[in-house]
Design a protein around this ligand. Sequence first.
Ligand SMILES: Cc1cc2nc3c(=O)[nH]c(=O)nc-3n(C[C@H](O)[C@H](O)[C@H](O)COP(=O)(O)O)c2cc1C
Length: 208
Amino acid sequence: MAKLLHLSCSPRPASESSALARVFLDGFRKARPDWDIDVVDIWRDRMPEFEGPIVAAKYARMKAQAFDEAQAASFAEAERMALRFSLAERVLISTPMWNFGIPYKLKQWFDIIVQPGLTFRFDPSQGYLPLLKDRPTLVILASGSDFSTGMNRGRIDMATPYLREILRFIGVSNVRFVPFGPTTGPQAPIEAARESARRRLAAMAASF
Ligand SMILES: Cc1cc2nc3c(=O)[nH]c(=O)nc-3n(C[C@H](O)[C@H](O)[C@H](O)COP(=O)(O)O)c2cc1C
């Protein structure tokens, strides 16, 4: 069954990014009723801390050395997580902006799946090469301030360029961003930004 993977990255029950993800997914389900929607709750699903055998496994891979038992077991976990991603024909990431970047749990997820021989490889003559196939990917990014121009009062949005680059590095270049901000402060600009994001997402869902 065709699958959309949703990485849900806000820990808040009243999350704005999750609410917009629901708007998108309602439209997506109508357009593709036979698709499976696989949700990774980045805060609830088990993810190994990136220390001990899993970090040693990464270095072993980089040096083309064999794994010991603990490294093999922890790398198998990374493989399962990467496989869940690589089997999805569509990807939705809904996330807050935290301190101009992404929540650390989402960074941890990337640290686990971005591994040599798993999602990228290095070739001495060609450099770094992605191992995943491209697929339509949507990022919903909620921020307290309006970062739709990439900046706000001299502060830079580093979540968007980071996500674009890390996804491109593993092979996913077909990425669209729907920013939603402000989510805090006076109500009128919040409502206007929310309405605009909802409209865009409803339209995108029909042909994603
Ligand atoms: C730890 C933390 C850091 C934050 N950093 C930023 C920030 O750098 N820029 C910003 O505009 N909003 C920031 N915010 C506000 C959130 O981006 C905003 O509340 C957003 O709606 C959160 O997404 P959510 O509603 O899906 O949880 C931060 C919030 C938290 C909890």
